[in-house]
Design a protein around this ligand. Structure first.
Ligand SMILES: [Zn+2]
Length: 397
């Protein structure tokens, strides 16, 4: 796939040098210009750009399986929250974990994604909610790049939830994020972007805007969890502040979509959370299409509302639940996901000059990647021109 829309080239060759793509085209064209030191016959397999999971909360300690079970047994969300459960249980566990613990608990989750051809992943902080713990989460996210062949884009999600010690004073907490959190993260060089959760149960539009101004002033790109549970005009706010992406968007209205079109803000769709919450309000897919807003798809892996470490399943859900076409789904985990991270000049398509991150598949046509459920047809993963070894040391990597 290369160029504007996902396009399949039959009988294709790709050549790379020093980790970068130097040729994409037909075998005949390649034979005329390429002088390969080493070549691999892919025997007709489909090759796509390495997949990009552009929205995850991969770093945290503990899990919420017990709460999941309690809810199935009739315990209400309120009862669980009053007993200290929900997001605050993840905050407690994450604060108590060392950076090593966070890395080691995240690796199996990362490996599950890499085994499906992921070569770039975005990871958010947001379960520390104090500066030391947030820095530790971001440090752990960065360390994953040394543990595996993967690119990590780290996002400071300082405004995810209110820490318990803020006693409900969201304005004072946002002051702390703006005056201490953002400068600390930027001076440590640990984040590429800033993110917030704009929702009645989280932070108001005014608070989000205040944090956006501080983040932009400090040189961070911005993203937003927008309009997931209600329409607080998060998509419009994100777009008007030049956000790379607005994510979730179930309740986004026409004005929000139009604003995203004007600024080229990417719509990141997260069907795993929609599924887990048994949501019924669909994101405005048809309007996004009509306005040519780029749509990306991600797992939104998190321990509470999307414990999903399969991007292939998110792709299937995006088709089945959101009715995205196969072309839209493939663009959503490659080109548009790269755009949502501000990295389209580097990754996301098979074009000369970009990094040679590839997924090689045991399928004949792209629809087979989206259509099957719970099946992984990855043959091999290539990261920066290197055939990546399997995370487990065997089988496809
Ligand atoms: Zn999220």
């Amino acid at each position: 796939m290369a160029g504007k829309g996902p396009r399949v080239i039959e009988g294709a060759s790709i050549a790379a040098r020093d980790g970068r793509i130097v040729f994409v085209g037909t075998n005949e064209e390649c034979a005329a210009v390429c002088d390969a030191a080493k070549s691999i016959d892919l025997e007709g397999r489909l090759v796509t750009p390495g997949l990009i999971d552009c929205h995850t909360h991969l770093i945290h300690a503990g899990d919420r399986a017990r709460e999941f079970e309690q809810r199935l047994n009739g315990v209400t969300y309120e009862q669980i929250a009053r007993a200290g459960g929900g997001i605050l249980s993840t905050v407690r566990a994450t604060r108590a974990a060392s950076e090593d613990d966070l890395v080691h608990q995240a690796l199996p989750r990362l490996d599950a994604l890499l085994a499906e051809g992921v070569t770039t992943i975005e990871i958010k902080s947001g379960y520390g909610l104090d500066i030391g713990s947030e820095l530790r989460m971001l440090g752990a996210a960065r360390r994953l790049e040394h543990e595996r062949k993967v690119t990590v884009c780290a996002t400071y999600l300082g405004a995810h939830a209110m820490p318990p010690e803020a006693n409900g004073n969201a304005d004072a907490y946002i002051d702390e994020v703006c005056e201490e959190g953002i400068p600390a993260v930027v001076s440590a060089g640990l984040a590429d972007a800033f993110d917030a959760f704009c929702e009645r149960i989280a932070f108001s539009p005014a608070q989000v805007i205040r944090a956006f101004m501080a983040a932009k002033k400090a040189g961070l790109k911005i993203k937003l969890h927008a309009d997931q549970l209600s329409n607080l005009h998060g998509a419009r706010i994100a777009a008007e502040h030049g956000a790379l992406s607005a994510d979730h968007l179930e309740y986004t209205d026409a004005a929000g979509v139009a604003a995203m079109q004007r600024t080229g803000t990417v719509a990141v769709l997260l069907p795993g959370a929609y599924y887990t919450l048994r949501e019924t309000q669909l994101p405005p897919i048809e309007q996004l299409r009509r306005h040519n807003v780029s749509m990306a798809i991600a797992t939104d892996y998190n321990p509470g509302t999307s414990p999903l470490t399969s991007l292939l399943l998110a792709m299937n859900m995006a088709s089945t639940l959101f009715r995205l076409t196969v072309d839209e789904v493939l663009a959503g985990v490659t080109r548009n996901a790269a755009r949502a991270l501000g990295r389209l000049d580097e990754i996301g398509t098979l074009e000369v000059g970009k990094r040679c991150d590839l997924a090689l598949w045991n399928v004949e046509e792209p629809a087979q990647l989206v259509y099957r459920i719970g099946f992984n047809p990855l043959h091999q993963r290539v990261f920066a021109g290197d055939v990546a070894p399997s995370p487990s040391g065997r089988g496809p990597g």
